[in-house]
Ligand binder design. Structure first.
Ligand code: E4P
Length: 217
């Protein structure tokens, strides 16, 4: 499973990228707002840092303007994936941009039928939002499972980019059910390294190192 980082925070991306843990980056208007940066400038910096796809989201709601914005975003770098919302206009923009050879990430997906439409419109990535479904007491992981079955049934090569990941269990379950990609905030990715038995075992070893005066350097 590929790991994308869901942030526009350059330092956080750089830290994980140095560990080889960044296969791509996703941003959205809320993350751009949080960064306090100009969208074109910060997206360019991210594209320079990371080899994989960098999703940058359009701001318009009509297809024509989405396409124009998408083309402007595509000028930033070769690894831009234009992110469009899963509306009928978004699907129109997806079709035009993907027919032109661009990577397109169709976002804000909350149903299998929406994912089916995105695949038919030529989406490179479909972004189902797990956490936001869980927030309203609908099992977000079931949506990932449904989309996996639908895409496998018909051989669509649109990649399932599991989004709105909030917990380590979300990541594990995505890997179990076969999401192609998961995108998570840096803190969630870093937290995957944590286990209480690792902490407990290390505390014991450190006590023994101190008691025995074990030294390597
Ligand atoms: C994905 O592309 C979105 O940017 C993101 O995963 C949304 O996550 P949230 O629901 O935690 O805001």
């Amino acid at each position: 499973m590929k790991f994308f980082v869901d942030t526009a925070d350059i330092e956080a991306i750089a830290e994980l990228n140095a560990l080889g843990m960044v296969d791509g980056v996703t941003t959205n208007p809320s993350l751009i707002k949080k960064s306090g940066r100009n969208i074109l400038e910060v997206t360019k910096e991210i594209c320079d840092l990371v080899d994989g796809p960098v999703s940058a989201e359009v701001t318009a709601t009509d297809a024509e303007t989405m396409i124009a914005e998408g083309r402007k975003l595509l000028e930033i770098a070769e690894n831009i994936a234009v992110k469009v919302p899963l509306t009928f206009d978004g699907l129109k923009a997806c079709k035009v941009l993907s027919d032109g050879g661009a990577m397109v990430n169709v976002t804000l997906c909350f149903s299998g039928n929406q994912a089916l439409l995105a695949a038919k419109a030529g989406a490179t990535f479909i972004s189902p939002f797990i956490g936001r479904l869980d927030d309203i007491h609908i099992d977000g992981m079931e949506l990932i499972e449904d989309i996996r079955i639908i895409y496998d049934n018909y051989g669509y090569d649109t990649e399932i980019l599991a989004a709105s990941i909030r917990t380590p269990n979300h990541v594990l379950d995505c890997a179990r059910v076969g999401a192609d990609v998961m995108t998570a905030p840096p803190a969630v990715i870093k937290s995957l390294a944590n286990h209480p038995l690792t902490d407990k075992g290390l505390a014991t070893f450190l006590a023994d190192i101190k008691d025995a005066g074990i030294k390597i350097l």
